[in-house]
Write a protein that binds this ligand. Structure first.
Ligand code: SF4
Length: 403
């Protein structure tokens, strides 16, 4: 199988997104964050391509201004590229534009003049991954593009990947980052003489002006290969179910994805078999809210009745349409050893030891990660049930979250 790092990442994040992109070959409409990120990458690539005649800060910002994927700067009648229509309005465009200026200015001040030698930009690689003989499947080719490779004054090589996201991960996250491990594999394949101890792997978080570095060992790369093979096997047997997460907010497939499609349908598309589902859903939540109010009132009444009966020392109180009895309930426990002694010979002991999934979830949080992983491997899905889950978030709130 030939697969890129970004496809593997897509599959891990959402199998359905992988299917749309890699199997159905549906082009994903780019979000403005993606267009902004790509543009910053492009500007930095141009900057380093000028080596050794690097532009001044003004020159860098001038290039940034002149090539900005903007609708505001396009003159009347001039054909616009698809990506020029990304901004919702002038304010949004201005915010993104200024953020880009800030990022580049800070980047320049912090990194110029370069302390390292630029070896390559947007380096394409292919790494062959061999499955072990006892696992079927043969060879896989993993592909990817590394933003930048530098050679530091002490001879160490550094892989740098730029990130424009709003979140900066922890050092631990970067140490276990799959992308960097795959890049190390790719680089070893491209330049086999490179020693891992002479290789630094960095993620540069442009919004924060921070670079987080890590290194890899031979064992890490072996583990990475196993993980990749595991993911490839999952892809080969996947039913490509949607996996919702905050990443949906930036997914361009929302208008066709079964989780989100209905959100984008207009009036007549929503009616089916004469049912206006929006009305039914609104009625459901209205009744649910009425029921909650009724439940609160019932609780209040029961409480008053209970206080009244206790204060008057009554075991039963009467209304016109019914009555209330004071009853006693007992919390019961058993002597576990005695119970085992009695039930085991009858072959019934195992039956009452059924695993309680809720208790297991709690225990999983308390035990070491390797034991947790082993327990996860022992998990079997006996049967899948589909059920409807109600969510009281309003359409307006969803709209505010989506990009
Ligand atoms: S919108 Fe979410 S669930 Fe649907 S394909 Fe995209 S990431 Fe997957």
């Amino acid at each position: 199988m030939r697969i890129s790092y970004s496809s593997l990442e897509n599959f891990e994040n959402c199998p359905l997104k992988y299917k749309y992109s890699e199997i159905d070959k549906i082009k994903e409409p780019k979000t403005k964050e993606a267009i902004f990120g790509n543009y910053i990458h492009r500007v930095l690539k141009w900057f380093y391509q000028q080596d050794p005649h690097f532009p001044t800060l003004e020159g860098l910002l001038e290039y940034y201004y002149n090539h900005w994927p903007a609708s505001a700067k396009a003159t009347a009648g001039e054909p616009k590229k698809e990506e020029e229509f990304v901004w919702q309005d002038e304010h949004e465009e201005k915010d993104f534009f200024q953020e880009g200026m800030r990022i580049l200015e800070e980047y320049y001040k912090k990194n110029f003049p370069p302390k390292s030698m630029i070896m390559d930009l947007e380096t394409r690689f292919e790494a062959v991954i061999d499955e072990t003989p006892d696992e079927p499947g043969g060879k896989h080719i993993l592909t990817g593009v590394i933003d930048r490779i530098d050679k530091l004054p002490n001879g160490t090589m550094e892989i740098i990947d730029y990130k424009t996201g709003k979140r900066m991960p922890s050092q631990n996250d970067v140490d276990s980052n799959l992308q960097l491990s795959i890049y190390a594999l790719g680089l070893k394949r491209k330049w086999p003489k490179i020693k891992l101890e002479d290789l630094r792997l960095s993620l540069y978080f442009l919004k924060f002006g921070e670079k987080i570095e890590t290194t890899k060992t031979d064992q890490d790369l072996e583990d990475t290969q196993k993980k990749i093979i595991g993911l490839i096997h999952k892809i080969q047997t996947s039913s490509f179910e949607p996996k919702t997460s905050p990443l949906c907010n930036w997914c361009g497939y929302r208008p066709i994805c079964p989780v989100w499609r209905h959100f984008y349908e207009n009036g007549s598309d929503k009616e089916f078999n004469g049912i206006n589902i929006e009305e039914k859903i609104d009625e459901y939540f209205k009744l649910k809210s009425d029921k909650e109010q009724l439940d609160d009132r019932l609780k209040e009444l029961k409480n008053t009745i209970e206080i009244y009966s206790r204060q008057k020392g009554l075991k039963r109180v009467f209304g016109t349409n019914g009555s209330f009895n004071q009853e006693v309930s007992h919390k019961i426990s058993f002597d576990k050893n005695k119970l085992k002694e009695l039930l085991e010979p009858l072959g019934k002991w195992e039956e009452i030891l059924a695993i309680d999934p809720k208790k297991l979830q709690k225990v999983l949080k308390e035990i070491p990660p390797d034991a947790r992983e082993e327990i996860e491997k022992a998990k079997k899905i006996e049967k899948a049930y589909e059920y409807l889950e109600a969510n009281e978030k309003s359409k307006k709130d969803w709209e505010e979250d989506l990009h």
